[in-house]
Write a protein that binds this ligand. Structure first.
Ligand code: FAD
Ligand code: NAP
Ligand code: SF4
Length: 689
């Protein structure tokens, strides 16, 4: 039984055959000396469990679930080949013989389930967050306060030797191979690009000399580990930074690493310092598959397409078109370890889809927290959060079918409880039904589709279009209130004018915003409303060509760094986004995605103001004061996005009837509520009931 899905694993994996719905995805891949069982590569994803040997049992459990779920080849999070290559002090590293042993539990756990596993070798170069960092040249990265030391020629040799030694240790630990991280702006990529390599010795200058470091590393690993060891080389196919590599140089690198002994070439997309989104939810699905397809005819080894491939039909299309030999899924396997097994069984509707929000995975990593997943709180918590069968089945009422209630109801029902789910609305989803309307948040539809399926699968009784009251909730063993929030009202002269509306009025289509709009409140919802009102018509996130034009990506990938002049489409309206707090609006948005929201609105000419006092609205304009100076914003619509309060009017009547309810999600605490907390809280409560 899979604790994540509650279904027998054999049930999911038994139907792979000639009639399988995704024949290219599930065709084995013969690498000559070994065969991968399918074309799913679990891409490298740092979880934080790699950094301490005592967390390796958890790491093994995490990978074992993904291997059991059917991944063909797993790549671990990054391990540095030496101390200077550490991503952060005391990060994961494999440089000494005594560091080998803990890895054996990981490789054993994966092999038991028929998957193969490669250890990723990642030397952070100038992205290292510590003072020992090294790089080809003494040039600080714009996203790191530490300035690296330029490597001497002997220092370069020492790094290469460290890679070969670490690969040998990986082999001793039972890994089937290594992935050499040559992209995303880390050390190897820094050598290959003129942006960060200003050397004039044998390791810099011409394109040939810049790529020599990469080629030597692959050659020496092959020499150290023998012919029957997988070497995946992650090649930066688009750097997306000024003075990045040019396409002919990238093709040259691909051919050279193949000649040096690489078994597979994986695609790397964009440096971390690039100002073009590469994996966020607003990036169209498979946006970068085209560049992998462009490389494929130039090499003989298998190539892997990557980024924003989150559903089997997308993966199958890429493979069937001949544009790649494998697909890399990193976050999608965090979201659902059973992704390959469900696809193979022809059950894509059962997949818990990664919505590319980054909120619980990458944002956590950047905050030095353990990564997990917004839609799957068990990710990287497999040893601690399990949905085991209930000792004594109960009758449970869950009020509210937003993310908190959906998670709670489905987990409780999976555990064997009899669950009734109430919602006043005629459809499940709560605020996700509003979020899915934001351009760039189309993926939120998938979470609703998943939960619709899951409710049926787990047998939750749904009472939609039903306002639950104390009478309806009598007789249950447990009552869970997941009733969400009510938008906060604002108070200034004219706040009751019909031109002052709530965000739900605009997002649910009850009010059409005027040509000039002020948004009060610049939290996540204020930004989303901004994106909603500046964009009319089909979202660029559904059209790769338009999206690339907006962000300035060369659709032919020929320019240096694959950059082109951004051509944002004109905004549908003039918008002012306001907040009372001083400082830059949007500074509290997600660590890895906030800059995207700010850049999107900036490109649409939105004026973002902090330190605002609201003086009044009279239909012709909003009067505000900033630093003592008054201004009139000539707007006819004011959209209030001033946060929310918990909705818990049911609590008192339940208590009066002798029922003590459990509160989750927004009904519990509205401040700083997001779906991550709602789903986590709902799932954890249901695991305890
Ligand atoms: P809700 O989603 O509010 O659901 C509560 C449900 O309870 C509703 O369906 C309501 O009808 C029902 N209900 C209330 N009272 C009763 C009753 N008496 N009887 C029956 N039913 C009742 N979060 C993120 O993490 N990432 C994002 O990118 C993101 N974007 C967002 C964008 C927008 C535009 C909006 C509006 C929200 C966004 N959120 C986002 C926030 C996220 O949607 C909420 O945090 C989450 O929905 C809260 O879940 P919940 O289950 O607590 O409540
Ligand atoms: P929020 O993040 O709390 O922002 C509320 C905004 O309203 C703030 O800018 C606040 O700033 C302002 N405000 C608060 N009280 C006010 C008042 N009385 N009068 C005028 N302005 C007031 O809430 P939200 O934007 O509604 O978002 C709700 C939750 O959904 C958030 O916690 C967020 O995590 C989640 N969400 C997340 C995303 C995402 O992309 N991750 C997107 C949307 C929503 P000032 O006090 O400075 O004016
Ligand atoms: Fe995907 Fe969001 Fe989960 Fe990360 S947190 S794996 S982006 S759904």
């Amino acid at each position: 039984m899979s604790p994540a899905t509650g279904q027998p694993a054999s049930d999911l994996s038994s139907t792979g055959s000639a009639t399988a719905p995704y024949p290219h995805l599930f065709a084995p891949l013969d690498l000559g000396f070994t065969t991968l069982r399918n074309r799913v590569l679990m891409g490298s994803m740092h979880t934080g469990l790699e950094d301490r040997a005592r967390d390796f049992p958890r790491l093994a459990a995490y990978f074992a679930e993904r291997a059991e779920g059917g991944a063909g080849l797993i790549v671990t999070g990054g391990f540095a080949p030496n101390v200077v290559g550490w991503l952060k002090p005391f990060g994961g590293k494999l440089s000494w013989p005594w560091e080998v042993r803990p890895h054996r539990q990981v490789t054993r756990a994966v092999h038991q389930h028929g998957a193969k596993i490669c250890l990723q070798l990642l030397h952070a170069g100038r992205y290292a967050y510590h003072p020992l960092s090294v790089a080809p040249s003494k040039l600080k990265a714009p996203i790191n306060p530490f300035t690296p030391r330029a490597l001497s020629a002997r220092g370069v040799e020492r790094q290469i030797a460290a890679y070969a030694r670490a690969a040998r240790h990986a082999r001793e630990a039972g890994y089937d191979g290594v992935e050499v991280m040559g992209s995303e702006g880390y050390l190897i990529n820094e050598f290959t690009a003129p942006r960060s390599n200003r050397r004039d010795d044998a390791w810099g200058g011409s394109a040939d000399k810049r790529m020599r470091f990469a080629v030597e590393i692959v050659r020496r690993i092959r020499e150290a580990c023998g012919p029957d060891f997988i070497i995946v080389y992650r090649l930066s196919l688009v750097d997306l930074v000024e003075d990045g590599n040019q396409w002919d140089e990238i093709v040259q690198q691909a051919k050279a690493v193949e000649a040096a002994g690489a078994t597979i070439i994986n695609s790397g997309i964009g440096w971390h310092e690039a100002r073009i989104p590469t994996i966020a939810t607003s990036v169209p699905r498979a946006a970068w598959a085209g560049v992998t397809a462009l490389l494929k005819p130039h090499v003989g080894v298998p190539v892997v397409a990557t980024n924003r491939i989150n559903m089997p039909d997308v993966a199958e299309r890429i493979l069937a078109s001949g544009g790649a030999d494998m697909v890399s899924l990193a976050r999608p396997l965090l979201a659902d370890p059973q992704w390959p097994a469900k696809a193979r069984a022809g059950r894509p509707q059962a997949i818990n889809t990664c919505i590319a929000c980054n909120q619980a995975c990458l944002d956590h990593v950047f905050q030095n927290k353990l990564a997990t997943c917004l839609v799957n709180p068990r990710a990287a918590h497999e040893t601690e959060l399990n949905y085991l069968p209930a000792a004594a089945p109960k009758r449970i009422a869950v009020v509210g079918a937003g993310p908190a209630g959906l998670a709670c109801a489905t987990v409780a029902a999976q555990r064997g409880h009899a669950v009734v789910l109430f919602d006043a609305a005629g459809e499940i989803g709560g605020q996700f039904n509003v979020a899915k309307r934001i351009p760039g948040k189309e993926e939120f539809h998938e979470t609703l589709r998943y939960f619709r399926h899951r409710l049926q699968e787990t047998g939750v009784e749904q009472r939609l279009g039903t306002v639950a009251d104390a009478a309806a909730l009598a007789g249950f063993d447990e009552v869970v209130l997941a009733t969400g929030v009510v938008p906060r009202k604002v108070d200034f002269p004219g706040a009751d004018h019909p031109g002052v509306v709530g965000y739900l009025d605009v997002l649910q289509g009850r009010v059409r915003a005027a040509d000039a709009v002020a948004i009060i409140g610049a939290g996540g919802i204020g930004f989303d409303v901004g994106e909603f009102v500046v964009q009319e018509g089909i979202s660029p996130s559904l059209d790769i060509g338009r999206w690339m034009a907006e962000w300035g990506v060369d659709p032919q990938f020929q320019g240096r760094g694959a950059l082109a002049r951004p051509r944002p489409e004109p905004p549908a309206r003039k918008v002012w986004l306001l907040q009372r707090s001083p400082g830059r609006p949007g500074s509290r948005l997600g660590k890895t995605t906030g800059w995207i929201h700010r850049a999107t609105l900036k490109a649409k000419g939105v004026t973002m103001l902090g330190g605002v006092e609201y003086l009044g609205f009279d239909g012709a304009g909003l009067r505000i004061r900033i630093d003592g100076a008054e201004q009139l914003l000539p707007v006819a619509t004011v959209v209030v996005c001033a946060g929310q309060e918990p909705r818990r009017e049911l609590v008192a009547s339940l208590q009066a009837a002798g029922i003590e309810p459990h509160l989750i999600g927004g009904a519990d605490v509205a401040a700083e509520l997001d779906a991550k907390r709602a789903i986590d809280q709902g799932s954890r409560l249901a695991a305890r009931l």
